[in-house]
Design a protein around this ligand. Structure first.
Ligand code: ADP
Ligand code: MG
Length: 409
């Protein structure tokens, strides 16, 4: 079954709509450092207000301990939404209760307000089904419909994402619709060759996605911190680089499976080995069979892929029709170790077919390195949610909107 989406025929004039978004933006001393997640839901907000709906926008922000966590108030998010939307979006200082209900009563068609950080109410993320349902029922008795446009939270059973849509007429917003459409192209009908690039810090975070992807991809490129567990599985010494010893056996199993399935595994041939984990660490590029042969010997740690590897990765990516990339190739936060990540990002921008960047740090990396969103086919707003989608897991926030994962043939 497909997602229930927003249709032209919906009569929203004068209706009160609860719009659940993911405006969990990075904050630095109360200032928003990247407003990408706010921009992402604006088309849905505008569509609703233009049709005469009164819109109650709701999001979580960080992990507050309660309403006394003032620094996690949604106030800056409401202010930025208002600036970007071009009309006032006042903050209502509450999640439920009289302060909220009386503000809703005063709303006119086409107006919008922002609720306080949903996690100020512990029932939003409660493990008790009954607590989440109780909160959802309070909202449901005051709104006419619910629109979910926070893709980053659809893998979670939370009051505003799962229980409220269960008991209210509910629809997927345009962002959720687009994310699902793009990710479905990856799971069900990727144009070939289909290449997946994986990096980031932990191989253990990505085991599920590797297992799910091996039967569908043509080529798997591995870099980042997770590559050292793969190199160790092949018998290479990796010095003090990130290594998950407990996972070497599982990785070996995946390498065997890949060769049985005819999946080409592309690994780095050289690594930038540093003397410490710091932006100004001295470093040297070494071939993968000599990683402990630099000046630091076995004390060196690998912080990026080398130049030769970057070239190989770029060629493999450029020859692909479909590319999904998750996880930086090195410690991109340090300029000196960002070259591999930059090389991969550049290659993705040349892909003629579909290129998708998924993962919180990966999306932050391409923006921090100066790439524009429109240089890629799609930058997923949901890190965990996009990986769980590709793994074929149950996503409660999508299933409650009518979506079902495709059944394997
Ligand atoms: P995403 O959020 O996109 O899924 P991850 O959270 O898995 O990505 O990984 C991102 C982190 O991986 C970054 O903070 C980066 O510094 C780190 N990283 C990448 N390569 C290495 C490496 N060689 N050693 C240590 N950390 C690394
Ligand atoms: Mg991350």
């Amino acid at each position: 079954m497909a997602l229930t989406t927003l249709e032209e025929s919906l009569d929203l004039d004068g209706r009160l709509v609860f719009l659940r978004v993911d405006a969990n933006v990075p904050l630095d001393n109360g200032a928003i450092t990247d407003d990408g997640r706010i921009r992402a839901f604006l088309p849905t907000l505008k569509w609703l207000t233009e049709r005469g709906a009164s819109v109650v926008i709701a999001s979580h922000l960080g992990r507050p301990q309660g309403p006394e966590d003032h620094h996690l108030s949604a106030a800056p998010v409401a202010a930025r939404t208002s600036e970007l939307a071009g009309f006032p979006v006042p903050l209502i200082p509450g999640v439920t209760g009289d302060v909220v209900w009386s503000a809703l009563e005063e709303m006119k068609p086409g107006e919008a307000v922002f609720l306080e950080n949903l996690r100020f109410d512990a029932r939003e993320t409660s493990k008790e089904d009954s607590a989440r349902l109780e909160l959802a029922m309070e909202w449901a008795s005051h709104v006419d419909a619910c629109v979910v446009d926070g893709f980053g939270v659809v893998h979670r059973k939370q009051a505003s994402v799962y229980e409220l849509p269960r008991i209210t007429p509910s629809y997927a917003g345009f962002l959720v619709e687009k994310e699902v459409d793009v990710l479905e192209q990856l799971t069900s009908r990727p144009e070939r060759p289909y290449t997946v690039v994986l990096g980031g810090s932990k191989v253990s975070d990505k085991l599920g996605v590797i297992e799910a992807l091996l039967p569908t991809v043509d080529r798997l490129i591995i870099g980042g911190g997770m590559v050292f567990t793969v190199l160790a599985a092949q018998g290479h010494a990796v010095g003090k680089s990130l290594l998950e010893k407990d996972h070497i056996e599982i990785v070996r199993g995946f390498l065997d499976l890949a060769s049985k399935l005819g999946v080409e595994i592309v690994l780095p041939t050289d690594i930038v080995m540093a003397d410490s984990f710091s932006p100004d660490a001295s470093h040297v590029t070494l071939p993968i069979d000599q990683l402990e042969h630099g000046p630091q010997g076995a004390d060196a740690l690998g912080l990026d892929i080398g130049e030769e590897s970057s070239k190989t990765f770029q060629e493999a990516i450029e020859g692909s029709q479909t590319v999904f990339w998750n996880g930086p190739m090195g410690v991109f936060e340090f300029e000196a170790f960002s070259k591999g990540t930059r090389a991969v990002a550049e290659a993705l921008t040349t892909v003629k077919g579909l290129s998708v960047v998924g993962g919180g740090d990966s999306a932050a990396a391409v923006r921090a390195l100066g790439f524009a969103d429109n240089q890629f086919g799609h930058i997923s707003t949901g890190g965990g949610a996009s990986l769980e989608f590709l793994e074929g897991k149950h996503l409660p926030g999508l299933e409650i909107l009518g979506w079902q994962p495709p059944v394997a043939p």
